[in-house]
Ligand binder design. Structure first.
Ligand code: DGL
Length: 260
């Protein structure tokens, strides 16, 4: 256990089933550019969202332990699926650091209009788990909420395919049954990277919500509360690691971090 000054210099650990969590990392870096980050993507085992709960709990547990063993001052679970499966376990296990999770940004979407129709795009697991069912119950009187599982969508992002005819067709088929949509919640951290294509298919009138900024603000709040914010005045470093050990994936990570 180092001194408080040494602890402020430790990196923030961030993980996801793959490259999607970089949509959260981007917001963290934007808000706290002087921090150091270590990002772990588990692309070798992705997707998580179509696995069983037991499988995902085990993977999440391994991801977190790997980052924790490196010496981190906070752990950000930059994955909705991993959060719904394992956040309780991680908070119980790592009591000496803040553990921040992410959930679909349903509240701002519901409050964006008078009784809006809200589609919640997420993995089958996120939508099935208790965490989301409780969240939905809280808001079901204020909006028409429609959970929309999107198996296969994260794979486009993992391939770096952010704009293509196949992706447009996938989205077109996905949204075809819905006549009137006011707001869409991007309830998986991969989906902000296909935001442009979603807008193209649904039209500009539909408002999209994701939890990236809120998660970054919550992380800063928790670090501040524990006096763990970096004291450095220099721009911090971002280290990428990926279980798939493919050169092109690490290149994609850097591209996604700089993606506008
Ligand atoms: N990025 C993950 C999330 O936010 C899920 C992708 C997966 O299925 O692994 O839920």
């Amino acid at each position: 256990m180092g001194t408080i000054i040494e602890k402020t210099a430790l990196p923030i650990g961030v993980f996801d089933s793959g490259v999607g969590g970089i949509s959260i990392l981007r917001e963290l870096v934007r808000l706290m550019p002087n921090e150091n980050y270590i990002y772990l993507g588990d692309s070798a085992n992705a997707p998580y969202g179509t696995k069983t709960l037991d499988q995902v709990v085990e993977l999440v547990s391994n991801d977190a332990e790997y980052l924790y063993s490196k010496g981190i001052k906070a752990l950000v679970v930059a994955c909705n699926t991993a959060t719904s499966a394992g956040i309780g376990l991680l908070r119980k296990r790592y009591t000496d650091i803040p553990v921040i999770g992410i959930e679909p940004a349903l509240k701002p979407a519901v409050l964006s209009a008078e009784h809006p129709t809200v589609l919640v795009m997420a993995t089958p697991m996120t939508l099935r788990e208790e965490k989301f069912r409780c969240l939905m119950q809280r808001f079901e009187e204020k909006a028409e909420i429609m959970p929309l599982p999107c198996p296969g969508l994260m794979e486009f992002v993992e391939r770096g395919e952010l704009q293509s005819e196949a992706l447009e067709q996938y989205l077109y088929n996905l949204f075809a049954p819905y006549e009137k949509v006011d707001a869409v919640v991007l309830g998986c951290t991969h989906y902000p990277f296909v935001r442009k294509m979603i807008k193209k298919v649904l039209g500009d009138g539909v408002v999209l919500f994701d939890g990236g900024e809120g998660t970054a603000r919550e992380t800063r709040r928790q670090l501040e509360e524990r006096r763990l914010l970096s004291l450095s005045e220099e721009t911090g470093k971002v280290i990428f690691e990926n279980s798939a050990k493919e050169e092109k994936l690490l290149k994609l990570c850097v591209e996604l971090l700089n993606y506008e």
